[in-house]
Design a protein around this ligand. Structure first.
Ligand SMILES: [Zn+2]
Length: 358
């Protein structure tokens, strides 16, 4: 075997998870999926680090299984309520402050990247690159008056919606089997937000967005289409997954789809299961590669936000997924594209050049 392949991953919830815990990102843990020692062990050189605002403490929706009905063919979860802007903003700012502390504690081992140049430099230096992402746009004011402040701080990727409605867009409720066509498209404010992200050079992430919203962005945006963590609807018909037409639209814009590792969004039966083999994830990767080319598929683990098969375990297990790709006859060039080069290209093509090049 050759040397370890670097991995850039499209989605993790590690910041939101660690923020409320005592342990340090720099100590190896058996809990969760990602910390510095496990990143190094698995070859993880960077990722999109999400901030996700949970429902307020008094809300029953804080329980992820709230309103879950198991149906003969799968499951349904009741539509989640919106969260208030002020609440989301206060929470998001605290997690950003935590991220700044984490970066300082890292003493050069990690860096919040604000430019493509910095991303490339980190790769050469062995510094872990953290791309700041909001999973749902609730922390942004409807009039967008605070978007530039977030950008100046380091926001470089924005999910328009998590699986709930907000002022800009409508996320898909969790359902299986069910198409991602679950409601209306972007609001007027949502369309303004997409244009503003294009102007600033912020990646617009379409994961969790419903199909009408997806097509609105496809029509409006001048940047590559990006879906950070999702699967293929034809292989696993959940609302979170992409139809063939959506997959083709991503390919046409030179965009990328990060394939999620989560069993309920990859298995054909939509069921959870830590015993799910890695070939199931590889099947989604191969499907996208065959349909739109190997330049448009990547990883979107959802580490620390969702179940990951035991065969992979955590970030330290990433080389096992690389081996599974090779076993599926992806050659070295293809593996490198899937593992990190495709994500890097999309950032290069989307972020403004020469900005915040520190
Ligand atoms: Zn998610």
């Amino acid at each position: 075997m050759g040397s370890i392949i670097p991995v850039f991953d499209g989605h993790n919830d590690t910041l939101t998870r660690l923020y409320s815990q005592e342990r340090s990102f720099f100590e190896r843990s058996d809990s969760g999926h990602l910390d510095w020692p496990r990143a190094v062990a698995g070859g993880l050189v960077g990722g999109i680090f999400a901030i996700y605002t949970s429902p307020p403490e008094e809300s029953p929706e804080r329980d992820p299984y709230y309103g879950l009905t198991i149906t003969p063919a799968g499951y349904e979860v009741t539509q989640r309520s919106p969260v208030a802007h002020e609440y989301a903003k206060a929470f998001t700012l605290s997690v950003m402050a935590y991220l700044a502390e984490l970066e300082e504690e890292g003493d050069g081992r990690v860096s919040v990247v604000r430019s493509y140049e910095a991303l490339e430099r980190n790769l050469g230096l062995g510094v872990l690159s953290m791309v700041l992402h909001f999973e749902g746009a609730e922390a942004i004011r409807e009039d967008l008056s605070d978007l530039e402040e977030y950008y100046a701080w380091g926001l470089r990727s924005l999910g328009l919606a998590w699986s709930r409605p907000n002022a800009f867009a409508h996320g898909v409720p969790f359902r299986f089997p069910h198409s991602p066509d679950t409601g209306p498209g972007l609001t007027t404010a949502g369309k303004r937000l997409v244009r503003a992200c294009n102007e600033l050079g912020i990646v617009v992430d379409l994961a969790h967005l419903n199909e009408a919203g997806f097509w609105d962005v496809a029509q409006l945006s001048n940047a590559p289409l990006v879906v950070s963590h999702a699967g293929v609807y034809e292989l696993c018909p959940s609302t979170r997954n992409l139809t063939d037409a959506q997959i083709e639209a991503v390919g046409e814009t030179n965009g990328v789809i990060g394939i999620i590792f989560e069993p309920i969004n990859t298995r054909p039966d939509g069921k959870p299961g830590a015993d799910t083999p890695l070939e199931v994830i590889v099947g989604h990767i191969a499907y996208v590669a065959e349909r739109i080319g190997v330049d448009h598929v990547a990883f979107g683990s959802d580490f620390d936000g969702a179940e990951v098969p035991d065969a992979l375990g955590d970030a330290a297990g990433l080389p096992k997924l690389i081996d599974a790709l090779r076993a599926n006859s992806f050659d070295d060039e293809a593996v490198e594209k899937i593992a990190y080069k495709n994500w890097l290209r999309v950032f290069r093509d989307t972020w403004r050049q020469g900005d915040f090049g520190f």
